[in-house]
Design a protein around this ligand. Structure first.
Ligand code: AR6
Length: 231
C-alpha cells in the first residue's frame, strides 16, 4: 500500500488511496489559490545538523509570534517525507499551543513542486541557503536554484552577495523563471541558519546558546521578510 501511495504522489486525483495519504491536506489545498502563503523548510536541521527538538521549539515559538501579524496569509512548514521527524515534532507542539491550523500547518512535498505535484499554491518560498548565496551544495538550496534556473542566481546577486547567519534576503523572482511559470512562486527568501556541522563554515560546535539565538533571528528575519511582501 505504501508503494502505491508513493506512486500516486505526483498525480493528484480523487482516488481513495490519495485521500488516505493526504488526509486533512485536501481541505488545505482546495479553494486557496489566492491566499498569500509562505512555504519554508526547517532551517539548519539537515546539513547544518541543528538539534531537532530545539529547532521545533523555536519554529513553533516564532510561528506563534507571527501568525497574528500576517492577516489572512499562511505559513507552511514543508519537508520531503511523511517520516519527517521535524514535521511531526512541530505539528504536535503547534497543536498543543492551539495555533490556528488554517494559518499554520505542516505539509509533505518538494518545496519546488508544491503546486504542480501537491496542489498547494505558495507564492513565496524560503531557502535554507549557504553564506555565498550560491547554487548547489545539496539539500533544499540545490533544489531551489535548479528549479528556478539562472534567473534566480542573477536576481539574488542584485540583492546581496553574501549572508551572515541569522539573516535573510528577499528576492523577487523574475517572471521568466520556471519556478514562477510552473509553480506561481513570485519571491524566494534566502535564509542562513546557524551551522553545527564541523565540515561547514562558521561551525558553532555545540554552542546551542548562540545556535538557538541565531536560529530565532533567522526565523524572525524570514517572517519579517514575508510580512513585507504581504503588505
Ligand atoms: N523540499 C522540501 N524540503 C526539503 C527539500 C525539498 N526539495 N530538500 C531538503 N529539504 P538542508 P540546512 C528539507 O540540508 O540544514 C545546503 O547544502 C530537509 O529535509 O537543505 O539549513 C546549503 O547550501 C530539511 O528538513 O538545509 C547550505 O550549505 C530542510 O529542508 C546547507 O545545506 C533543511 O535541510 C544548509 O543546511
Amino acid at each position: 500500500i505504501l508503494a502505491l501511495i508513493q506512486q500516486k504522489n505526483s498525480h493528484p486525483s480523487g482516488d481513495a488511496l490519495e485521500k488516505l495519504e493526504k488526509g486533512d491536506e485536501l481541505d488545505i489545498t482546495s479553494n486557496s489559490e489566492n491566499i498569500p502563503t509562505l512555504a519554508f523548510p526547517s532551517i539548519s536541521t539537515a546539513d547544518f545538523q541543528f538539534n531537532l527538538e530545539k529547532a521545533s521549539d523555536i519554529i513553533v515559538e516564532k510561528v506563534e509570534e507571527f501568525v497574528s501579524r500576517i492577516g489572512k496569509a499562511r505559513l507552511v512548514l514543508v519537508d520531503l517525507s511523511h517520516g519527517s521527524k521535524i514535521l511531526s515534532l512541530v505539528k504536535n507542539k503547534a497543536a498543543q499551543k492551539n495555533i490556528d491550523s488554517n494559518k499554520f500547518f505542516t505539509f509533505v512535498g518538494d518545496i519546488t513542486r508544491l503546486r504542480s505535484q501537491r496542489g498547494l499554491q505558495c507564492n513565496v518560498i524560503a531557502n535554507a541557503a549557504n553564506w555565498r548565496l550560491k547554487p548547489g551544495g545539496g539539500g533544499v538550496n540545490a533544489a531551489i536554484f535548479k528549479a528556478a534556473g539562472p534567473a534566480l542566481e542573477i536576481a539574488t546577486k542584485e540583492r546581496a552577495i553574501t549572508l551572515s547567519p541569522g539573516k535573510s534576503v528577499v528576492v523577487p523572482l523574475p517572471s521568466s523563471s520556471p519556478l514562477f511559470v510552473k509553480e506561481g512562486v513570485t519571491h524566494v527568501i534566502h535564509v542562513l541558519g546557524p551551522n553545527m556541522n564541523p565540515q561547514r563554515p562558521d561551525c558553532l560546535k555545540d554552542d546551542y546558546v548562540t545556535g538557538c539565538k541565531i536560529l530565532r533571528e533567522a526565523y524572525t528575519s524570514l517572517f519579517e521578510g514575508f510580512v513585507s511582501i504581504v503588505k
